[in-house]
Design a protein around this ligand. Structure first.
Ligand code: GLN
Length: 379
């Protein structure tokens, strides 16, 4: 077999979670909450199953859920989205991103991707025969160097992937960043894939600059979201994509012959629960408290926090603790100290190593306390 992804191994999330399990470590690596999801939403799924919603759903998503999504985004982002033509419910945000890239890419196309980059982006580009054009976000602020982006555009540039709040750094794009993006793509045929799965996890009073707020940008975008991140049920694997009708029509051609449709009872449950505004509007404050709590605990260690204004994650510089490679360091602290983190070099194709690891703070206070206590002992 000629591999379509010859340079790809097993994703870091699987390897680190496996390692955590083997060593009975506290897993602050893979991003998932360790506290329960809503009772009400759980009951709604059980009810949907008992009510017989167990067969294929509409291939584009349960209509009442798409109506609910359109209503929600219109209130949040002051935009008018057509639920039948512009929204497709997908088995997760990652799937939505993959489908969007597969919809637009031809072999040889170039896609601008910022590193550190969520680990599915580059394989998603390469499996389509396209070429990732990697631009480094400079440690420790990880801001997008817009001038460099401009210089790297070519006649082959097909798309730019943006991600705010950003995984792994927690950096949040500003209105000025969006303006720069607007200037850059104006008059070009460049598409935008916007990964907004952490849309409700924006802290410190900042606003989530969704592409949905910007009609000129939305006209060339696939905007991808996740229910798992919003409702503490990452194992559900349900998300959705919003795009202009013409692009969504092509997206659906790919989607229908991949998984065809998404889990029915959960969509039925979400179609009701999505109207509970408090459930998502209270999320940022709830998770920000955890970021702050963990940061306070970590101030008793030699780890130095980098800025995080959003997501489930905060990166920490460990150079005062060790000068090991980050992968070795993350492996060693799992084995010897019982705490797992994600080494940030895995989010660079060439393995750039700034001695930074990513911790997931979407955990119970007790979990964070115990983890920090162990990290205090590291030499
Ligand atoms: N998005 C999650 C993270 O960054 C992991 C998802 C996965 O395991 N593939 O930790």
């Amino acid at each position: 077999l000629t591999s379509k992804l010859p340079n790809v191994g097993t994703t870091v999330f699987t390897t680190m979670s496996q390692l955590a399990l083997e060593h009975n470590a506290i897993n602050l690596g893979q991003g998932f909450p360790d506290f329960p999801m809503s009772e009400e939403l759980t009951a709604l799924v059980c009810k949907a199953m008992r009510d017989g919603f167990n067969q294929y759903s509409h291939m584009n998503g349960v209509p009442s859920l798409r109506d609910g999504i359109a209503e929600k985004v219109s209130a949040l982002y002051k935009t008018n989205i057509h639920p039948n033509e512009q929204i497709t419910v997908t088995p997760g945000g990652t799937y939505a991103i993959y489908t969007a890239l597969t919809t637009i890419l031809q072999p040889g196309d170039e896609v601008i991707v910022f590193e550190p980059a969520y680990d599915s982006y580059i394989p998603n580009i390469e499996v389509n025969g396209a070429v990732p054009v990697r631009i480094s976000l400079q440690y420790p602020d990880y801001a997008i160097p817009w001038q460099t982006v401009k210089e790297r555009l070519t006649a082959k540039t097909k798309a730019i992937i943006i991600n705010s709040p950003h995984n792994p750094t927690g950096v949040v794009l500003s209105a000025n960043d969006i303006q720069q993006l607007k200037n850059l793509v104006e008059g070009t045929g460049i598409f935008i894939i916007s990964d907004e799965v952490y849309e409700h996890l924006v802290f410190d009073g900042l606003q989530h600059e969704s592409i949905l707020r910007y009609p000129e940008l939305l006209a060339r975008s696939f905007v991808c979201f996740s229910f798992g991140k919003t409702y503490h049920c990452t194992g559900w694997k349900i998300g959705y994509c919003i795009a202009p009708s013409a692009l969504m029509k092509e997206f659906r051609k790919v989607h229908q012959f991949n998984c065809f449709s998404t889990d029915t009872p959960k969509q039925i449950a979400l179609a009701t629960y999505i109207h509970n505004k408090d459930a998502y509007l209270s999320l940022a404050a709830f998770i920000q408290k955890k970021r702050d709590y963990f940061k306070e605990l970590m101030s008793g260690t030699l780890f130095r926090p980098l800025t995080s204004h959003g997501s489930y994650f905060q990166c920490y510089d460990y150079s005062a603790v060790s000068n090991e490679k980050d992968i070795d360091f993350a492996t060693r602290i799992t084995k010897e100290y019982g705490v797992t983190a994600i080494p940030v070099s895995v989010f660079y194709k060439d393995g750039e190593d700034n001695k930074v690891v990513r911790f997931c703070f979407a955990k119970q206070e007790e979990t964070l306390r115990l983890a920090a206590e162990r990290l205090r002992n590291i030499k």
